[in-house]
Structures are given as structure tokens and as C-alpha cells.
Design a protein. Structure first.
Ligand SMILES: *Cc1c(COP(=O)(O)O)cnc(C)c1O
Length: 359
């Protein structure tokens, strides 16, 4: 197989051991004579695998028993509406921070179900910082934030505290879950589409403190109720077993190399190297405020009007793929998720330095 580094923002790079194990399981899963795609989700090997994945999530994130782990479908995008449907009653208020495209989508959905108070926004400067002054309501049900803004390359380095004691944080952690440590007790609910940092598309991880589900009385379709999936341990309907298995293997790999705390050290080292080079290199700069830079998605642009396609081709010739920036930022974006080895970042830095020498 051709050896390249994939800097895609999502679906994104997975550790080779995950790709290999998933590909082997497609042919035969655990000496059953069947491939995993062909097996009943009610069969013991599959039930055990899903339950083991649940345990790995608990272990790696140090979850207390009061939190449930769910493997759902519909992506993070379905959570944009499932969250308010279950947690925001008609006439009730929820506080939302607006730090980018995904935050805005979450806000739009919540407005269907209750009152949304947008307590901060960085829209005025194309979302290149995290606005930390929050105009919180004193009666909000929860405070929603996007922990890492995949498109704009900003990240909450520390999380705000909700104004009211009964309130709690809800976070879209699609692009930074398992990349760094955090205290789950501040959060009522976390959701993350798997395809950024822990697996392929098709499964969404939801972590929920069960006690927050009491407050809303509206009629909700069975499939849209968190309680349904809690009661049936993510097996109310047929779960995306292949995707869950890839998550299982990603988490095994993460566990084997020292868990989230060790990964955080690696991620910070990788990101610092790359930001340092962007600062040093006379051709590039990073549009994001220094304090709010993401350790997962690193956007950078040319200082002068150089030919972006030429740099992308130059990188591709060296095996550095999918570095084109999102259209709303332009320039380049290197996504350096958990599975991106430090050698990949080093190779990108070399390419940036050699390109600088050409000019
Ligand atoms: C990719 C992404 C989404 C959208 O995820 P889907 O699984 O495609 O719905 C939402 N939020 C964030 C932060 C993302 O990075």
C-alpha cells in the first residue's frame, strides 16, 4: 500500500492496527466462521464486543456510574436536535455559545424546541477566537458549547461554569474527544460523531448523566428518546456494529499507549511544533488567536498571494495529503488527530521549510 500521511478533517486517519483489525473482522470475527457484518447484533460475541467498548469508554474517560454510554446513529447532526428535544421544554431557556458552523447548526435546531439565548459569538471575526465573556441567563436548562471547532481551528482550553447550580454543560466533542483530559462531572451530556478522532462514520458516541432526563414532558418519538437507548443498552434497533468495532479497536490502541493523559501530552507536543513552524516560517501565518488554537485542527494561510494549489501539489508529491483549508477559512488545514504520528507532523514541517527555501 502507498504510504502517505492523511491530514483530512474527517473522516480522518485511523491507527493502522485499527484498520487491520476491522478489515480482518470483515472476513471472520473471533473464530465464528462469519464476518462481523454478517452477524446478529444479538449474538453473544457482538453483545460482548459492544459492552467491552462501553467499558473502554468508561475506563478512558473515568466515568462515574451515574453516566450512561450510548452508541447511536445520525451523526453529531442528529444530536443538534435530539439534545433540545430531550432536555429543553417548550418555553424553557438554553444558553448556547456560537463558535462556528457546527455551533450555529446546533443553535438553529434548539430554536425549534425552546428559547435559545446565544450568550457569546465570534462570528464578527470569522470565528477566529473563543469568546469567553458569557452573557448567561440565570434560568437556563443547560449551556451548550462546541469544544473544538473543526473548521476554524479554535478550541476551549478550559470550560465555563454554568450560572445556575441546576444547569450543566452540553458539549459537541466530535473533533477532540479522547484527545485531552477533562472532568466529566461538569457535563450533563457529551456527543461526538466517531469519524474525527475514534473511528469511521456511522456511529455517534453519547455520554449522558441519566438524572438530567427527568425535566421535559413533551411527546418524543421512541427512537429519539435517550431513555429508550439507555434502557436497551444501544440495542433498541440494529446498531452499526462495524463502526462500533472500529471504535473498540481505536480505544484498545489508546489504552495500550497510556490512555488519554499520555495522548494529551503527545497531541500538545505535535501541535506546538506545527504552530511554532507556522510562526517562524516567513510564508505562513495562523489566523487563530494564540490562546485559542486547537491541538487537533491547525489552519494556516499564506502571508502573500502565493499559489495555494502549487503548495498543495508540492505537499502531495511528498505524500502529504488533504491539506486544503475549509472553504470558509481558505488556505490550508492540517488535522492532526490522535492517530496522526509525530513523523507526519515532522514531514509537514520539512515540506514547509523546503518550500520557504524555494522562494
Ligand atoms: C464533523 C462535525 C460535526 C458533524 O458531524 P456529522 O457526524 O457529520 O453529523 C458536528 N460537529 C463537529 C464539531 C464536527 O467536527
Amino acid at each position: 500500500m502507498k504510504s502517505i500521511y492523511n491530514f483530512s478533517a474527517g473522516p480522518a486517519i485511523l491507527h493502522p492496527s485499527v484498520v487491520k483489525a476491522t478489515s480482518d473482522a470483515t472476513i471472520e470475527f473471533q473464530d465464528t466462521g462469519m464476518g462481523l457484518m454478517e452477524m446478529s447484533h444479538r449474538s453473544q460475541p457482538v453483545v460482548d464486543m459492544v459492552s467491552e467498548t462501553d467499558n473502554l469508554v468508561r475506563k478512558l474517560l473515568k466515568l462515574p456510574d451515574s453516566y450512561k454510554v450510548l452508541f447511536l446513529q445520525g451523526g453529531a447532526s442528529l444530536q443538534f436536535c435530539m439534545v433540545p428535544m430531550n432536555l429543553l421544554g417548550k418555553g424553557q431557556v438554553a444558553d448556547y455559545t456560537n463558535t462556528g458552523t457546527w455551533s450555529q447548526k446546533a443553535i438553529n435546531e434548539a430554536m425549534i424546541y425552546g428559547k435559545v439565548n446565544v450568550i457569546s459569538s465570534s462570528k464578527d471575526s470569522n470565528y477566529n477566537y473563543i469568546p469567553k465573556e458569557l452573557n448567561q441567563s440565570d434560568n437556563s436548562q443547560y449551556l451548550h458549547l462546541t469544544s473544538n471547532n473543526t473548521i476554524f481551528g479554535t478550541q476551549w482550553n478550559s470550560f465555563p461554569t454554568p450560572a445556575s447550580k441546576e444547569s450543566y454543560l452540553v458539549a459537541d466533542m466530535s473533533s477532540d474527544i479522547f484527545s485531552r483530559e477533562f472532568d466529566i462531572r461538569d457535563f450533563g451530556l457529551i456527543y461526538a460523531g466517531a469519524q474525527k478522532n475514534i473511528g469511521p462514520a456511522g456511529v455517534t458516541l453519547v455520554i449522558i448523566r441519566e438524572s438530567i432526563l427527568q425535566s421535559v414532558t413533551r411527546d418524543i418519538p421512541t427512537m429519539m428518546q435517550y431513555q429508550t437507548h439507555i434502557n436497551k443498552e444501544s440495542m433498541f434497533n440494529t446498531p452499526p456494529v462495524m463502526s462500533i468495532y472500529a471504535v473498540n479497536q481505536s480505544l484498545h490502541w489508546l489504552d495500550s499507549i497510556g490512555g488519554v493523559s499520555n495522548m494529551e501530552v503527545n497531541n500538545k507536543r505535535k501541535a506546538k511544533k506545527l504552530y511554532d513552524e507556522i510562526e517562524r516560517n516567513s510564508l505562513f501565518n495562523c489566523p487563530v488567536h494564540e490562546d485559542d488554537r486547537s491541538i487537533m485542527n491547525v489552519p494556516f494561510v499564506f502571508n502573500d498571494e502565493l499559489d495555494e494549489a502549487n503548495f498543495l501539489d508540492y505537499c502531495a508529491d511528498r505524500g502529504l495529503y488533504t491539506l486544503k483549508g475549509h472553504r470558509s477559512v481558505g488556505g490550508f488545514r492540517a488535522s492532526i488527530y490522535n492517530a496522526m504520528p509525530e513523523e507526519g507532523v515532522d514531514a509537514l514541517i520539512d515540506a514547509m521549510q523546503d518550500y520557504e527555501k524555494k522562494f
